[in-house]
Write a new protein. Structure first.
Length: 694
């Protein structure tokens, strides 16, 4: 802490008359912050007048502030022996601890100094600054207010109070005390109307509290100069993105870019072009973004911000391997980079590399204590990999007077990052109210899933199906095997075989028809929101019938939040043998429908979805008929680990239930994450547990 010019001159006036006339040069050097030069000056001066107390004090301040605070502490301790209980020397000695950033050691010295000199402004303000550096903000405010009461117009004391407000507000924001933090920041403007640091901190606070409209309004208050308007527009762009208004985000940063481009080598060019390219990526203008990055690399080679933009582009376009490579480059340059560590964690997770994703998130916490993004990311991984139990209750009925009740219990247990097991039990009761035929069944299956390599999973389940129809009972084995892969970015492919029982209603259960399905499912995504989903299935049955099924869907993702897509579906179905009195089995069946699907958050804990489709279907050579279906549901999270879903659906599509049938289903799903952390968590990451418990 520097003494201001008036304090230095007043302090030295008692000895100036006896000193050389050019001593004022030393005061000027000290007052203007040229501490090294002042140190040299006073060292030379003391050779002529070695016992001059004031010159010795100035010398101690000069070399202490020039980067030798430890030596200054020792120097003033020696002076204390020569001048016991001298306030000026005691004050400078205490201040030297602040220069050395020894705030804990400074605190008791300042407390003693204030006790001995309660009316000294410098001592009171020094204690306030010491407490502020120790983040003891309540006490710091008490003492800085006492200092201001002593000298109400002292600018230095008001500046100290401003930084106490800023520090205290930041501390409160870290524990989500946003409103008290906002109140403190608004107090800054009492002493310093529209203070730039205060406004910037207020905008950052609204970013943390997700009050984006307030953030935008604050940035507009900041935009009073050319440079500040650019800072504001860049901040407003981010706020619009977080509001999920990416078009406005791009428009805002384009204004900032225009201002930057008006001045050659503008100091804010990197920040502005960084936000500009981010906005291009947010708006899915990937080709333009990539070309802009390429052009800028000629002028900014090996720049972290451009490498980070390449990583971001890879994440948005599904090129996760390229993103990981770029994040590694960033970490090689700076191992403490938040963007590098947290970015790589997200990229590893997206690329199906669970353990490295955890490791990079924990690396982030080692560098940035209690960082919310890292903590939230680890909690998300935990929820996805803890053992879960689900209870599913169903009630179905159709216009053929078939009704059914079912209860299904499922438990999934991830044993390791690569291996997961589980089991399923289902009880189902079905009957026909006209024929009075009744059937009940029990299904038991066990499942094992193994990640062969990232993005390639092998899933197998096997069990038994036991059914009872009137006085007849039979048991048959079940089997389901899937190979799930993501061979290319934005592509997924699944090959599967499934052995199941035809058990839609009591009549079919009685006939013990076993189906062997051989299927292929393929989904192709794009970077321009268009997608194509196809499923092909070949089925052989124990009644010697054969079914062929093709379903394909071309869809467009219009919005991300809420997620809204629409498109067109086409289905083709054929059976080798026609047995219409037993089950729907046409030689040719076709349908085409338009559909939409909307899902998103209704509140912080509740989300919902609704989907509907309508079109035309044709059975054999019959006339076309209208088809329609709809489904909707709500999911409420009671806690992070417990949620309940209620849903209902209706369909009259013949391929699922038979020509002329109308089918309705209602149900409840209760899901519980049994543990807070995965079973493998302590074994793999136990050493890092403390990072989450701070």
């Amino acid at each position: 802490m520097k003494l201001n010019s008036i304090a230095i001159l007043a302090f030295c006036c008692c000895w100036m008359a006896n000193a050389q006339m050019d001593i004022t040069k030393g005061f000027s050097l000290l007052d203007s912050g040229q501490f090294k030069e002042a140190s040299i000056f006073f060292e030379a001066y003391l050779k002529e007048d070695p016992l001059n107390k004031s010159a010795r004090i100035c010398y101690g301040r000069a070399f202490g502030l020039s980067g030798k605070p430890e030596e200054a502490i020792t120097y003033f301790e020696a002076m204390k022996a020569d001048y016991p209980n001298d306030y000026e020397i005691e004050s400078n000695w205490c201040e030297a601890f602040l220069w050395a950033r020894k705030f804990k050691e400074a605190k008791p010295h300042y407390q003693q100094l204030v006790k001995n000199n309660p009316d000294k402004f410098g001592a009171v303000l020094g204690l306030a600054n010491t407490l502020s550096n120790l983040q003891e903000y309540n006490a710091a405010l008490e003492w800085v207010n006492k200092a201001i009461a002593m000298e109400p117009e002292n600018e230095g004391a008001k500046v100290s109070r401003k930084y106490i407000y800023l520090g205290y507000a930041y501390k409160l924001s870290k524990i989500d005390q946003f409103k008290p933090a906002e109140n403190l920041l608004n107090k800054v403007f009492v002493d310093f109307p529209e203070d730039k640091q205060g406004l910037q901190n207020l905008a950052n606070l609204f970013l943390m509290s997700k009050e984006y409209d307030k953030q935008i309004a604050t940035y507009k208050r900041l935009a009073t100069t050319h440079a500040d308007s650019i800072t504001a527009l860049n901040g407003i762009s981010l706020a619009y993105h977080l509001k999920e208004d990416d078009k406005s985000a791009l428009n805002s940063v384009l204004k900032a870019k225009k201002k930057v481009d008006m001045v050659a080598n503008h100091p804010q060019i990197e920040d502005t072009y960084n936000r500009y390219i981010q906005a291009l990526i947010w708006n899915q203008k990937y080709v333009v973004a990539r070309k802009k990055i390429d052009s800028l690399e000629k002028h900014y080679p090996n720049s972290n911000w451009l490498t980070l933009l390449r990583s971001t582009l890879g994440m948005y376009t599904g090129d996760f391997k390229t993103s990981i490579t770029n994040y590694d480059v960033i970490l090689e340059r700076d191992s403490t980079s938040f963007d590098g560590n947290m970015g790589k964690a997200n990229a590893m997770f997206a690329n199906d590399n669970l353990v490295p994703a955890y490791e990079n998130a924990f690396n982030t916490l080692k560098i940035y204590e209690n960082q919310k993004d890292a903590v939230g990311f680890i909690e998300k991984l935990n929820l996805q990999n803890t053992p879960t139990a689900e209870e599913w209750l169903q009630y179905t009925f159709d216009n053929g007077n078939n009704i059914a009740y079912a209860a299904t219990t499922t438990v999934d247990i991830p044993i390791s990052p690569k291996f997961k097991t589980g089991f399923l039990y289902q009880y189902r009761n079905s009957e026909n109210e006209i024929t009075v035929n009744k059937a009940s069944s029990h299904t038991f299956t066990g499942t094992a899933s193994y990640k062969l390599v990232p993005r390639v999973n092998l899933i197998a389940s096997g069990g038994v199906y036991a059914a009872r129809f009137l006085d007849t009972t039979y048991i048959t084995p079940l089997l389901d095997v899937k190979l799930q892969t993501k061979p290319l970015k934005l592509n997924s492919l699944e090959l599967n075989y499934k052995r199941e029982v035809q058990a839609f209603n009591a009549e079919l259960i009685k006939r013990e028809i076993i189906m062997n399905h051989y299927g292929l499912t393929y989904n192709l995504g794009t970077n321009f929101n268009l997608g194509w989903y196809t499923q092909a299935m070949y089925t052989t049955q124990t009644d010697e019938n054969v079914r062929q099924l093709l379903f394909t869907s071309l869809y467009y993702n219009l919005f991300k939040k809420p997620a809204f897509k629409f498109g067109v579906n086409f289905q083709y179905l054929s059976f080798k043998n026609q047995v219409p009195t037993i089950y729907f089995s046409p030689s040719i069946y076709k349908n085409m429908e338009l559909f939409f699907d909307l899902r998103g958050d209704l509140s912080k804990k509740t989300k919902g979805y609704v989907s509907a489709a309508g079109g035309l279907q044709q059975v054999e050579q019959d006339d076309m008929t209208v088809i329609y279906r709809a489904e909707g549901g709500l999911t409420h999270a009671f806690t992070k680990r417990l949620s309940l879903t209620a849903y209902g659906k209706y369909s009259n599509i013949a391929s699922a239930i038979g020509a002329g049938f109308q089918f309705t289903e209602m149900g409840l799903r209760l899901k519980w994450n049994i543990t807070e952390k995965p079973l493998f968590f302590n074994q793999l990451f136990g050493k890092d547990m403390a990072l989450l418990e701070n």
